[in-house]
Design a protein around this ligand. Structure first.
Ligand SMILES: Cc1ncc(COP(=O)(O)O)c(C=O)c1O
Length: 450
């Protein structure tokens, strides 16, 4: 029998052969198993998972229905490339996903292996359907790690540093983040100013008639769980419609029930995308993504323009069919909304209690909690690191965004008891920070996004 190794031993062995580009460091654990909202490391420590594998396991870890679907399908057929022949699972999934899309009229899908390639596909289909080259995206966005998707992202310098030239024809405009609001500025004035900044490229060097698509996360995920103001969304949407620009949304992080609705765009009455990307929780974390769009757009490219050998693989498609069943049968979208309200109430109470809780933005079981220096109101990275590390020590996994935002995204199946336990842990860590009892871990410099 193989000797049991500790977290540290396994990490040391891995480090020898593992690129530093492939992990954002947080805690020195090696995850061994998971069930529902609990994950267990190789030493047998349990943690309440408040990250849901970066929102890719909305149905929880090892959901029995998803496990069975994967096992049954693996025993029948693991792979036959959908690039050449259909398989029964993906053939069933395509119309299901098309029907779920928040797009009226005929809708088609094309499979990918990751959220990143689904966003590349948005660029490809949008350019093909419009015959235009430019793509407009937003600061603070995370769309993925392939050349196309990283070009339209802008969340950390490490995603473009040393790798240029990036994809040509991409223009970034400022995302309307609440912390960019000026002192004394009203919501309307803020939207006016941000919309002016959005228009600036179009008025100076970017001909609107050469823009294929605007790509946006309706609720920015890695940017800090920030919802676009409705009035701003309506303006850029109207601008897109007036100028024949496709309106494309990224639902990779915020889709699949995460926000208390199937899709985050459903928080914006009157806005309907032309194209969207889906991934992560689509197949409960198995590698399956999709670009979903209006039929006319999805027919703008011919065979081989968007095929991958394993995209729409039978096992991942079986996992996705089971995932949709679970979300429907267990009412996980409604559950996210209901428990999200409970979480909102909890974090609002914490905000009233602790002056370093700057803002708690929750949309379903999905939150960004800004930790600030009470004296200046500015983000406090050190305090955030102390907090997340203490929360980890107390038995829950939470990470940060932008250095000073706690990312709260548990699996949607988390029980109320587990949620209450997580709240007790978070409250304890907050109380200890307020009492000056927390210190930084020795490797604090290495942790989190740069
Ligand atoms: C909004 C969004 N889009 C795209 C991606 C990229 O997905 P993947 O890592 O599966 O390529 C992510 C991943 O975090 C994301 O949050």
């Amino acid at each position: 029998m193989e000797e049991k190794k500790s977290n540290q031993q396994m990490l040391a062995a891995e480090e020898e052969a593992f690129s530093s580009a492939a992990r954002i460091k947080y805690y020195d654990i090696v995850i061994d198993k998971g069930r529902g909202a609990i994950i267990t490391d190789v030493e047998g420590h349990d943690y309440i998972d408040l990250l849901a594998s970066a929102s890719s396991t909305n149905t929880g870890h090892a959901h029995p229905k998803v496990v069975k679907a994967i096992a049954d399908q693996a025993a029948r057929l693991i792979q036959y490339t959908p690039a050449y022949f259909a398989n029964s699972q993906a053939a069933r999934l395509a119309p299901r996903l098309a029907a779920l899309a928040p797009i009226s009229g005929p809708v088609e899908v094309a499979w990918g292996n990751s959220g990143s390639d689904a966003n590349d596909a948005i660029i490809k289909f949008a350019r093909a359907a419009t015959g235009r080259q430019y793509i407009v995206s937003f600061t603070g966005a995370y769309h993925g790690s392939t050349y196309g998707s990283m070009t339209i992202s802008s969340v950390t310098l490490n995603m473009s540093r040393k790798m240029g030239p990036l994809l040509p024809g991409v223009v970034k405009v400022p995302f309307p983040s609440p912390w960019d609001k000026l002192a004394g500025e009203s919501d309307d004035q803020f939207v006016d100013r941000m919309y002016k900044a959005f228009l600036q490229p179009f008025e100076t060097y970017l001909p609107a008639e050469e823009v294929a698509a605007i790509v946006i996360e309706p609720i920015q995920g890695d940017g800090g769980i920030i919802k676009v103001p409705q009035a701003y969304m309506e303006r850029i949407y109207a601008f897109a419609k007036q100028n024949g620009i496709l309106f494309a949304i990224d639902e990779v992080n915020q889709g699949m029930g995460r926000t208390g609705k199937w899709w985050s765009i459903q928080h914006f009455p009157g806005i309907e995308p032309d194209l969207m990307s889906v991934g992560k929780s689509l197949a409960s974390g198995m590698p399956l993504s999709a670009v979903v769009g209006r039929k006319g757009i999805m027919e703008a490219l011919g065979p081989a323009a968007n095929v991958y050998t394993t995209a729409g693989n039978p096992v991942t498609a079986a996992a996705a069919n089971a995932t949709l069943d679970v979300i429907e049968e267990e009412h996980l979208v409604e559950r996210s909304a209901k428990l999200g309200q409970k979480a909102k109430d909890f974090f609002d109470q914490e905000q009233a209690k602790y002056d370093f809780v700057g803002d708690a933005r929750l949309y379903g079981l999905n939150g960004g909690i800004s930790i600030v220096d009470p004296a200046t109101g500015k983000g406090d990275v050190e305090a955030t690191t102390k907090l997340m590390y203490r929360i980890f020590e107390l038995g829950a996994i939470i990470i940060s965004l932008r250095g000073n935002i706690l990312r709260f995204q548990p699996p949607l199946v988390i029980t109320e008891e587990q949620l209450d336990k997580a709240f007790a842990i978070i409250d304890q860590a907050f109380a200890e920070l307020a009492a000056g009892k927390l210190s930084l871990p020795s490797n604090a410099e290495e942790l989190g996004w740069e």
